[in-house]
Design a protein around this ligand. Structure first.
Ligand SMILES: [Zn+2]
Ligand SMILES: [Zn+2]
Length: 426
């Protein structure tokens, strides 16, 4: 306790001078008798139990600096001026001006002792008993029993105080030790994993490695969608975003539907366990504009495992596995959904069916933007000129002769191409 709180040179602390003196003289005698202890700190060994008890129960540590007030200073001068007064009394006067830093018993020991009075009593009994034995005094059977009981009491009081001290004071040290142990384990773990990877040739991925691979898989999926649809003005594809927590990785939408509801969001979430022999999963879900699930897939990574074989070479018990087998179906379903995102072609078919082909809903010339025959010429279908495939607003004008809606660019002097041809013939 003394070393813990006051340091190895605790006996040299201000306030413990008288104990230090006693220890010093005893130590000199002790080392004379046992010269091997010459270079060894024999403070404790040469200390009497009474001195130790004095330090523990009555010891007071002062602050190293003594502040003398003006009055103190005047008093010291006055004392010095009186020739009768010896230097010793001046020193005593100054000593008495010191500030208490710690009361050893109250501040350092009591916090860990359940019943300080009982402890003091037990300590005194212990000292008496020890002296009795050490001084070879007569020991009756009943005295022996009393001494045994005292020793037991002292022992159990120390044990419980010790436990309390260990629990409270060493908490920080224990944490530090754990941290150090953790670092060691971390290092061991890395070493083992590196060996397993290099000696068996399989991939052992850590958390970031697994996430990177999942990112890659998702990016490939995005790439497939992009490659297939990015030149098609009937689709809009968002940028790719690496998911962090169940977020949208990319979206594809159909611009023909103005409110943006014709949309598919691909969302991904990772569950990563990078320990050896453990599985990690990338959950992929495609949702429609209303947030309903369209299709989903799981991509798995299994980290390999192994042990050190007899030859001192790592042997694999299971290989690392990259499993994207569920992704093909997901991609096909995604493509299908993308291609049926646009509700208008079906609506057009339905309208045509209802009218048995008697009414034309789309123009017989292609959309200026997408080149498809989807330009509306009937408001019951879509606003005039609007392409049902790409949403482009084609500019349509009525032919002055036949009244047909015609692409503004195709009009010649106000007439549609057939009318122009007819007029030219005339
Ligand atoms: Zn179009
Ligand atoms: Zn015409």
């Amino acid at each position: 306790m003394l070393i813990h709180f006051l340091g190895v040179n605790w006996i040299k602390k201000a306030g413990l001078e008288k104990y230090a003196e006693s220890v010093k003289s005893l130590k000199e005698k002790f080392i004379q008798r046992v010269p091997e202890f010459d270079n060894i700190n024999a403070d404790f060994l040469s200390m009497t139990l009474e001195t130790l008890a004095g330090v523990i129960f009555e010891g007071v540590i002062f602050k190293d600096n003594v502040i003398l007030s003006r009055q103190d200073y005047a008093k010291v001068q006055e004392m010095g001026a009186k020739q009768k007064v010896t230097g010793g009394s001046v020193a005593d006067y100054i000593k008495a001006r010191r500030t208490v830093d710690k009361k050893i018993w109250d501040d350092l020991f009591v916090p860990y002792i359940d019943n300080p009075d009982a402890f003091k009593t037990a300590a005194h009994a212990f000292i008496e008993d020890r002296n009795h034995v050490a001084h070879s005094k007569m020991l009756s059977w009943s005295a022996y029993q009393v001494i045994l009981k005292d020793f037991n009491t002292m022992g159990s009081l120390i044990l419980s105080a010790d436990a309390k001290f260990e629990h409270e004071e060493t908490a920080d040290e224990v944490l530090q030790t754990w941290e150090a142990e953790h670092e060691d384990t971390e290092y061991e773990r890395e070493y083992y994993r590196d060996r397993l990877a290099s000696e068996t040739g399989m991939d052992i991925l850590d958390e970031s490695g697994i996430k990177d691979w999942f990112d890659e898989v998702l990016h490939d999926l995005f790439g497939a969608v992009y490659q297939r649809y990015h030149l098609d003005v009937c689709y809009e594809i968002s940028d790719f975003a690496t998911p962090t927590e169940g977020e949208i990785v990319f979206s594809i939408s159909c611009p023909a539907v103005e409110d943006g509801s014709a949309r598919i969001d691909t969302i991904a979430q990772y569950s990563v366990d990078d320990d050896l022999g453990e599985d990690s999963t990338c959950y992929i879900v495609a949702k429609d504009g209303a947030g309903d699930e369209i299709c989903k897939a799981e991509v798995h990574f299994h980290n390999g495992n192994g042990y050190e074989g007899e030859e001192g070479i790592m042997v694999a018990t299971d290989d690392s596995e990259y499993d994207t087998s569920k992704l093909d179906d997901f991609r096909d379903e995604l493509f299908d959904t993308i291609e049926s995102l646009n509700p208008y072609p079906a609506k057009l078919d339905a309208l045509a069916y209802e009218n048995k082909g008697a009414v034309q809903f789309v123009a017989d010339f292609p959309c200026e933007q997408c080149g498809k025959f989807g330009v509306s010429i009937d408001e019951t279908f879509l606003p005039i000129g609007r392409c049902c495939y790409c949403g482009y607003e084609n500019e349509l004008v009525k032919c002055e002769r036949c009244g047909e809606l015609v692409d503004a660019d195709a009009l010649e002097h106000g007439f549609c191409p057939p009318c122009t041809a007819y007029i030219d013939k005339q």
